[in-house]
Design a protein. Sequence first.
Length: 436
Amino acid sequence: MENYKIVLQKLADSGFQAFLVGGCVRDMILGRNIHDHDITTDALPEQVMNVFSGFTTVPTGLKHGTVTVLVNGEPFEITTFRIDGKYSDSRRPESVSFTRNLTDDLARRDFTINAIAMDIDGNISDPFHGCDDIKNKIIRCVGEPSMRFNEDALRILRAVRFSSVLGFEIEKNTSDALMNLRKNLDNISRERIRDELDKLICGKNLVPVMLGYREIIAQIIPEMRPCFDFDQKSHFHMYDVYEHIVRTIDSAPQDSVLFRRTMLFHDIGKPPKFTIDENGEGHFKGHAKTSADMCRDIMKNLCYDNNSIEQTCLLIAHHSDKIHNDIQIKKLVSEIGEDNFFMLMQIKRFDNYGKCPFVLKEFEEFERHENALREFIKNNDCMHISQLEINGNDLVNIGFRGKAVGDMLKNILNMIIEGNLENKRDILLEYAKTQI
């Protein structure tokens, strides 16, 4: 028996109502993979803990009626049927009252597609016609949309995220309300915004959603607004800056949040770097570094981890680098590493998908660069200080000190890459002695 059925059966055997509820039911109906099974019951939290006295139980949120139970290592959040009290912080109700009525509990939920319950036998309880909305691919608030969004402003971003991920259209009243109340997103924690944003940009319906709800994006990333309708005045580009960004995100794999996040921010620094030449052609010299700097500040504000910030910013900083020969490939690899170089070639492909079709011919060049690097790796060509036949201790022994040690190693590596030195110990030491 599946673990969630064990939970439902134990509650039923103890005389309580118990249902799967929310996203897991929605995804079952849609045939999507299920990651979490949320369970609702008329059992009070103390009664839930008694029913599962032989299991590991965690009083996750007793005030709000939630107990987490571990069954064969899988966690299940079990929440008592409840009616929410007043919301004052756009996040959580100040109080809840427990009820024995399932419909009362479903009525407090965000969207009809998430207000469906299913018992252990697969019987559906759907008082708000969420199944019809799933069939018709519609996102609709349960009850009055403005009330739902005022209760928890994150629902504004969740609606847009569901539209992106599921390919559903947001019903007009729900859409109007989320646009009118979008400033309430300012009250939501940055961590919650971050998590929804990552899911949104990985959606299959990303393009129409990000274009149609761009003001929602600008509410959480104000730095994006200058990109709206910004004419690039470039023969390479067929879209304004913002639509170019959106198209490039869509060209990246849905299962790679790193690639999609990189494309989200890769050109955000274009507007402040815009210049136009005497022929009326637009240019954005230095925009890659500016975009990387802006991305770093935005991601820090959204509480991303340092590793995600640094890798995203590194790829953005180099995404417009021009590469013409083997020496440039090796020098770039010496700076960012082989893995990042291969990812950078992918970033360049995604970037080109958002430009005029003729630039796709550059894909052949990107493939040549990748093949060249594979050959360098195969031949163990020297591209890193760690591959040098001498090390820092060798330089110290002949008189180098402090920062000069690292600078000399970098200098030697560049000389080897450029073909001006051979990576042999005696040759490198002799050269280093001439530079003391």
